[in-house]
Design a protein around this ligand. Structure first.
Ligand code: CU
Length: 177
């Protein structure tokens, strides 16, 4: 069960919009949208969409060409991907799409940092911050408009604070998995 939680019941001030689900029928090209948390926040000049999805395989441009791939992630830069076959096996694809707040254009060259920290039942930090090595990627076949940032991750059930920094502007999300 994967749900976005509202800050209304937690003992800290809301930071932004919460738990905004994708409208029915709206689909990220090439992205697997099943069982995903989607939450959107405006931070500075940016609109940041956080998605928690099932793990995805990563491929290079050469892989895509040689194997005529039509699904999965095309690596366009950044850190080393954690493959679905990694040890321990990742259970989520934690990523952000970043848009220009005014034009709505996808940011294709943002400097993105991503981390998460477990929260206890009262919403207080209850463990170490995990820094996610950020891969820059596209959905195969969907082009630069599908650019997003993140990686496959191992995250157990529970509540988390996810911190996203885009070109130095930070946004904080709270999610429950
Ligand atoms: Cu991806």
């Amino acid at each position: 069960m994967v749900v976005a939680i509202s800050l209304g019941t937690l003992p800290f001030a809301p930071i932004g919009a919460w738990g905004m689900d994708m409208p029915p029928g709206m689909k990220m090209p090439g992205m697997n949208m099943q069982a995903g948390v989607t939450s959107t926040q405006v931070a500075g000049d940016y609109r940041i969409e956080l998605h928690v999805l099932p793990p995805e395989p990563f491929y290079t441009t050469a892989d895509v060409a040689a194997r005529h791939l039509t699904q999965g992630m095309l690596i366009t830069g950044g850190a080393t991907p954690l493959e679905p076959t990694g040890t321990p096996p990742p259970n989520h694809h934690l990523i952000v799409h970043v848009f220009d707040g005014k034009s709505g254009q996808t940011l294709v060259d943002a400097k993105v940092a991503l981390s998460f920290r477990p929260l206890d039942a009262t919403g207080r930090p209850a463990g170490k911050t995990v820094v996610v090595p950020v891969v820059e990627m596209q959905a195969i076949g969907s082009g630069s408009a599908s650019t997003h940032y993140g990686n496959n991750v191992v995250i157990g059930p529970g509540a988390y604070r996810v911190t996203v920094t885009v070109n130095g502007t930070a946004a904080t999300f709270r999610i429950k998995l």
